[in-house]
Design a protein around this ligand. Structure first.
Ligand SMILES: [Zn+2]
Length: 248
């Protein structure tokens, strides 16, 4: 999970439209008014723009055409009918996360309001398992209610993506140490770092593993000595530091 900046409310979701749809929903709870033709497309587009095309909970990539892109009501619509189409209560989520969260009413991390890394960290032994770290248990509630440590659906995809990057770091370092610096080493590292940016899947976990990786640190040292640690690489690293979860 990474912090999300909530953008502007889509123009189609005017206060009048909100009022009208909220009324329809309060009279008939079976109506999925947030999917009504009037607002469905602009709403999904605005939400996906906000989350850089990802599920705000598990960070998988969502596709606007995919049936798996759902609109999550942060405060459950079952208990907060008046917020059923309130812009501030809507988040893009994958079908899996939305279903797991369901009508859960405990307090969980809101990535548009809270900074997820204050509540959730990575287990330093497993490297991919999330752990709640705040005293109130909000991080733990989030992980449990959305099943963010589901092995098959969430942990394995995280692991595969990071392991592919890690192996490529090993290859860069081996090549660097064997043949000495060549500009391709810098560009290959740039590509790997770009895969840990906020618009990429599982960015919080990949960025954390990258920054903590000995191969990465060694490559950075060599590039620095060669005078090839550029501003671009520095910006990538700052971005990773910003979004990464801590290991505990
Ligand atoms: Zn998800």
């Amino acid at each position: 999970m990474i912090k999300i900046e909530r953008g502007e409310r889509p123009k189609a979701l005017t206060l009048e439209v909100c009022e009208e749809l909220t009324k329809i929903y309060s009279e008939n709870r079976d109506r999925d008014v947030w999917n009504c033709p009037k607002i469905k497309k602009p709403l999904k587009e605005a939400l996906l723009k906000m989350s850089r095309g990802k599920c705000v909970y598990c960070e998988c990539i969502l596709n606007i055409e995919s049936k798996d892109v759902t609109i999550d009501h942060f405060l459950p619509k079952s208990t907060h009918a008046n917020e059923v189409v309130k812009w501030e209560n809507l988040l893009p989520a994958c079908l899996r996360c939305n279903r797991e969260k369901g009508d859960y009413e405990g307090i969980i991390v809101n990535p548009c309001v809270d900074s997820p890394k204050d509540y959730i960290a990575l287990d330093s032994k497993s490297r991919y398992r999330l752990r709640g770290i705040d005293e109130k248990g909000i991080g733990k509630n989030t992980i449990i209610s959305v099943k963010l440590n589901d092995i098959q659906r969430v942990m394995v995809p995280r692991m595969i993506e990071w392991e592919v990057i890690r192996q490529r770091l090993v290859n860069i370092l081996e090549d660097l140490e064997e043949r000495g610096y060549h500009k391709k080493h810098k560009s290959r590292l740039e590509v790997l770092m770009s895969e840990c940016m906020p618009d990429c899947s599982y960015a919080a976990i990949k960025a954390a593993n990258m920054l903590d990786d000995d191969n990465y640190k060694r490559i950075k040292d060599i590039l620095t000595v060669e005078g090839k640690w550029t501003d671009k690489l520095e910006i990538y690293e700052d971005t990773m530091k910003n979004i990464c979860l801590q290991f505990v």
